[in-house]
Ligand binder design. Structure first.
Ligand code: FAD
Ligand code: NAD
Length: 405
């Protein structure tokens, strides 16, 4: 309890789960009922689902990030811009880089980190689509390779190549942006498009493993037709300064830009704080609380939430993170009011992926398949829906993707 006897709720991380939980708590509880604190590394929230666009340089960085205080009233919620170092869960305490905090209820929404599965050289030599800063760096690095090329007499054509390791949704959406960005960079820096290779390497027999076959076929064809090389059934064994070493014959594919999109795991803060982990995440109860801790909720990409019918975890998505936030906000209110808690039930709205600005594919409303412009527009509508839920019409007009005029 705080000095004025109000319970203190601390939310860690201002991504999809953290922002939407904070909004829900504001709605569910009066200022007299609880003190709410939101902790985040930066003073901005960013659209993780748009990071591939930021990395390729196909979107303005200011469209991707939103100042937290423009959405969350700092007179209602205490905003702390600091980095979480550890959760001391048996003492109800969070250690930040510059201070520490106690809590009555804790909501952990620290998102994902890139998983390199111990592949030799990957941490040292590859870029990651991990957060706002890592993606700005990729954008600048790619542009630098092009700017440098005609100024360096020793420059090798392979320095223009871009390698993307992993053909899951992040890798494929990133390649979709690259096939549109590279011709523009070639024009800008007087480079023949034929000199540049964009290569995606996927270990499974097909890109987007386990996704609908027709949609995968469409995505592959669309990317190939626009000049991407898709290498399927090809495992990356090692990453060196020069490129990836792949396949059974240990072939070296050279590139000046190497990006790893081969997998994600939950925040490393979970392990450092002594939570029991399943593949880097906490297996939560149906009400989204951590086992053994009745006052700690784990949401978004930090949570391992089982789909009991399919007997596998739900994939980590923004869609799920936002739904976790609703259940968590309701459950904290229920705890404060001594009411029964609700179980999390996932409502699957479908999956739509962009393949650049004007192409895409996906399935919505059960099994309705969308291709091409219709899918690309639907993806923008989904993105805009989130903006609307977060900041209403004002934010939608400021940052939205679908332009009515
Ligand atoms: P995040 O949104 O990642 O937020 C975590 C927050 O915690 C960030 O603000 C971060 O700065 C902060 N943080 C992290 N560590 C610390 C620390 N130590 N101290 C303080 N703050 C910290 N999902 C979909 O549903 N649809 C899509 O179209 C889609 N597209 C995607 C495209 C890309 C390129 C990627 C990478 C993912 C995509 N996803 C998509 C998945 C989705 O983005 C994630 O599942 C979602 O972001 C998870 O939300 P979260 O709130 O758990 O974490
Ligand atoms: P992922 O785990 O889904 O995909 C990683 C891919 O890398 C896999 O296909 C895997 O087979 C491949 N891979 C792993 N090791 C490899 C190796 N050594 N060599 C070659 N390939 C290798 O990760 P992701 O694409 O970052 O997606 C993370 C989560 O975010 C998923 O849940 C995804 O659904 C979600 N997401 C959704 C969207 C969308 O809905 N539009 C977009 C991006 C991400």
């Amino acid at each position: 309890m705080t000095l004025n006897n109000k319970p203190r709720i601390v939310v860690l991380g201002a991504g999809y789960a953290g922002m939407m939980t904070t909004k829900r708590l504001i709605k569910n509880l009066s200022p007299e009922e609880a003190e709410i604190i939101l902790v985040n590394k930066h003073n901005y929230h960013y659209q993780t689902t748009w990071l591939h666009e930021l990395a390729a340089g196909t979107i303005n960085q200011n469209q991707v990030r939103i100042m937290i205080r423009d959405i969350i009233n700092p007179n209602r919620v205490r905003l702390i811009y600091d980095t979480v170092v550890k959760i001391e869960k048996d003492d109800n305490r969070v250690i930040l880089e510059n201070s520490e905090l106690t809590y009555d209820y804790l909501v952990v929404c620290l998102g994902y980190e890139t998983n390199t599965f111990g592949i030799k050289g990957m941490d040292e030599h590859a870029f990651f689509i991990e957060d706002f800063d890592s993606c700005r760096l990729i954008r600048e690095h790619i542009e630098y390779q092009f700017a440098k090329f005609n100024n360096d007499p020793n420059a090798h054509e392979s320095s223009l190549n871009i390698l993307v390791g992993g053909g899951g949704f992040t890798g494929i959406e990133f390649v979709g942006e690259l096939v549109e960005k590279v011709p523009k960079l070639c024009k800008k820096y007087d480079i023949d498009r034929g000199k540049v290779k964009i290569v995606n390497v996927e270990a499974a027999p097909s890109i987007l493993p386990n996704f609908d076959k027709d949609l995968v076929t469409y995505a592959r064809k669309s990317l190939q037709e626009r000049g991407a090389h898709i290498m399927e059934g090809t495992r990356i064994h090692e990453c060196t300064e020069e490129g990836f070493i792949v396949g059974e014959n240990n072939e070296l594919i050279k590139a000046g830009t190497i990006v790893w999109t081969g997998g994600v795991t939950g925040s490393s803060i979970l392990g450092k704080s002594g939570f029991d982990l399943t593949k880097g995440k906490v297996t939560v109860h149906g009400d989204l609380r951590a086992p053994g801790y009745n006052n700690i909720f784990i949401l978004g990409d930090c949570a391992w939430v089982m789909d009991k019918q399919a007997n596998r975890p739900y994939p980590p998505t923004a869609q799920a993170a936002m739904q976790h936030a609703t259940t968590c906000g309701n459950n904290i209110r229920a705890l404060i009011h001594n009411e029964p808690l609700e179980e999390f039930v996932f409502s699957d709205k479908g999956t739509v992926a962009s393949l650049g600005v004007t192409d895409g594919m996906g399935a919505i409303l059960g099994d309705k398949k969308l291709y091409g412009k219709a899918a690309a527009t639907m993806k923008k509508v989904v993105d805009d829906r989130y903006l609307f839920l977060l900041g209403g019409p004002k934010l939608l007009l400021k940052k939205g993707k679908v332009r009515p005029f």
